[in-house]
Design a protein. Structure first.
Length: 275
């Protein structure tokens, strides 16, 4: 399930460019006021440091955001009068809980900047086919392909070819399989329903066929990169369309939990690309 939030700025509409953590905190705070047990479970309970199976996008606006500065000189974006973002999860109670929390709160407070909630709408779920083309949602959403080596985090781009390290496509496919296994832990009922849609064997997740192909962002440019700093860590991300061939269960995960790593920090929200 994906929901889209329509917002408007209360004030100057300025936000730091690197606001992933602050926007995630704003969503947690809204949920904690309405459903404190659910928020605590997600942030500090069994879900801590685990895949949380939700994803959200950054802000988009009309007029488009323009470069600006905060009073302390931090690089920022000034958003237009109409702002929208998406939140999604394969966990229905979380989507309904977040929607109810935001409707009660009537706004998002991000790093001291208030954004009034104007409307929440459900985004129609696509008719999934074996091969689907997706693109990062909105004006500035990016994908993170993260892997660990010697206890440190590293980031892959679509054309990286370092020997001995899985490709970005394989990292994305592995992450989707991992999400299915995580879903089996926290919501076995949803997991079994997903697997039954395609007549899949629940024990065969590790070998589930998932093919990921990156498409050029535009003629002459394979992808665009972005360096974001989150809680003192430099995160390398990229923006490019991708084509995924996989069972329907996987496409539903793409749509409702995002692509790649760090989805619960605002990376990897997907919408349909040119099919």
């Amino acid at each position: 399930m994906q929901i889209e939030l329509q917002l408007s700025p209360v004030g100057d509409g300025l936000l730091a460019r690197d606001c992933h953590h602050e926007l995630a905190s704003a969503l947690y705070q809204a949920l904690s006021r309405s459903q404190p047990k659910l928020a605590e479970e997600l942030h500090d309970g069994n879900h801590r440091s685990r895949l949380k199976l939700f994803v959200f996008s950054l802000f988009n606006s009309d007029p488009k955001p323009v470069a600006a500065e905060l009073p302390d000189g931090t690089r920022a974006l000034k958003f237009g009068s109409r702002i929208w973002m998406r939140f999604a999860s394969i966990w229905p109670e979380l989507v309904y809980g977040m929607a109810e929390a935001l409707q009660k709160q009537k706004e998002l407070n991000v790093r001291g900047q208030r954004f009034r909630l104007e409307e929440i709408r459900m985004v129609p779920t696509p008719d999934f086919r074996p091969t689907m083309t997706y693109r990062p949602f909105g004006q500035a959403d990016f994908i993170v392909c993260r892997y660990q080596k010697d206890g440190k985090n590293y980031f892959r781009m679509p054309d990286d070819s370092e020997p001995g390290i899985p490709s970005c496509a394989n990292l994305i496919a592995g992450n989707l399989r991992h999400k299915l296994l995580r879903l089996r832990e926290i919501r076995p009922d949803i997991f079994e329903n997903l697997m039954s849609i395609g007549g899949l064997d629940a024990s065969a997740v590790a070998a589930l066929p998932i093919q990921v192909e990156f498409l050029p962002l535009m003629e002459g440019r394979a992808y665009r990169t972005r360096l974001t700093r989150i809680k003192g860590i430099n995160v390398r991300a990229f923006r490019a369309p991708l084509r995924i061939t996989a069972p329907e269960a996987v496409h539903r995960l793409v749509w409702e939990t995002g692509v790649g790593s760090m989805n619960s920090m605002g990376f990897g929200t997907m919408t349909l690309g040119r099919q």
